[in-house]
Design a protein around this ligand. Structure first.
Ligand code: MBD
Ligand code: FE
Length: 262
């Protein structure tokens, strides 16, 4: 029997057998009670009635490890999860780059700059940065009502020296949806549902391997307790407060991305 099953789908069998063994070992080790087991099945049934709740749950607990297993071993900038709110096809912007935002967009002005290079140090001119972020109250366009379709989403390019710069607003810590089964689990565990403020990037260039990553800010209150557990030390940058030529204060951060060869 076993052999026949393995022939049917060897990879599924290899992975599921390990999942099953791990769960059974945990049940035995903790002597999970029948009542606890029923609490778990009821909670899963509840999650199953809520749209997107099971994907959210898996994204919170598993997605960074899936990402690392697939993209985690280049000598370039470390990868980081795409997350659930990426939308392909954001507007292609013209320099000087300003992310699409409302005339009265709340929040502090942010200038994000840096370079894109290959692992041998060559500047990558004409690399595309597809960027997205939440606004200054923690909302992503197309996932919250009353926001313009492409608010704080756009595509821009590096110049001849592989440099880029764009203007946006400083994002705030982001709360994942906490009204469903995932939120109920987190509350029972005594954990919060917050991600530290972050900026998302998908960077592509014909001569390089595409990079999906995020940047974080060092002084963020949730930098050490991301609900998704996705923060990597090498992706933590610093927000500098500056005063512009116009006398107005703004925040700035900078990062030099390195892409592996294609
Ligand atoms: C997000 O904005 C995010 O970036 C991730 C990884 C998970 C949930 C919401
Ligand atoms: Fe995000």
């Amino acid at each position: 029997m076993t052999e026949l099953r393995e022939l049917a789908n060897p990879r599924l069998n290899a992975i599921f057998n390990d999942v099953e063994a791990a769960l059974l070992e945990i049940i035995s080790r903790h002597r999970v009670t029948w009542e606890e087991y029923r609490t778990a099945t009821t909670w899963l049934a509840e999650a199953g009635t809520q749209p997107f709740e099971i994907p959210l749950l898996l994204d919170v607990f598993l997605s960074p490890t899936v990402d690392d297993a697939n993209h985690g071993s280049t000598d370039g900038t470390e990868c980081n999860v795409e997350g659930p709110v990426y939308i392909p096809g954001a507007p292609v912007l013209q320099a000087p780059y300003v992310l699409p935002m409302r005339p009265t967009e709340p929040g502090e002005k942010l200038v994000v700059s840096g370079t894109v290079r290959s692992t041998d140090g060559t500047p990558l001119a004409g690399a595309t940065l597809d960027v997205w972020q939440s606004n200054a109250v923690g909302e992503y366009s197309q996932f919250q009502p009353n926001l313009p379709e492409w608010n704080l989403r756009g595509r821009l390019s590096t110049d001849a020296d592989g440099a880029f710069s764009y203007t946006s607003v400083v994002p705030v810590p982001y709360g994942i949806p906490d009204g469903g089964a995932t939120g109920r689990l987190m509350a029972a565990l005594g954990r919060h549902c917050m991600r530290p403020s972050h900026l998302h990037f998908k960077i592509t260039h014909p001569d390089a391997t595409a990079l999906t990553t995020q940047l974080y800010f060092a002084d963020d209150p949730y930098i050490d307790s991301d609900v998704v557990g996705a923060v990597k030390a090498s992706l933590v940058t610093k927000l500098d407060r500056r005063v512009g030529d116009d006398g107005q204060p703004y925040a700035a951060c900078s990062y030099d991305f390195v892409l592996a060869a294609a």
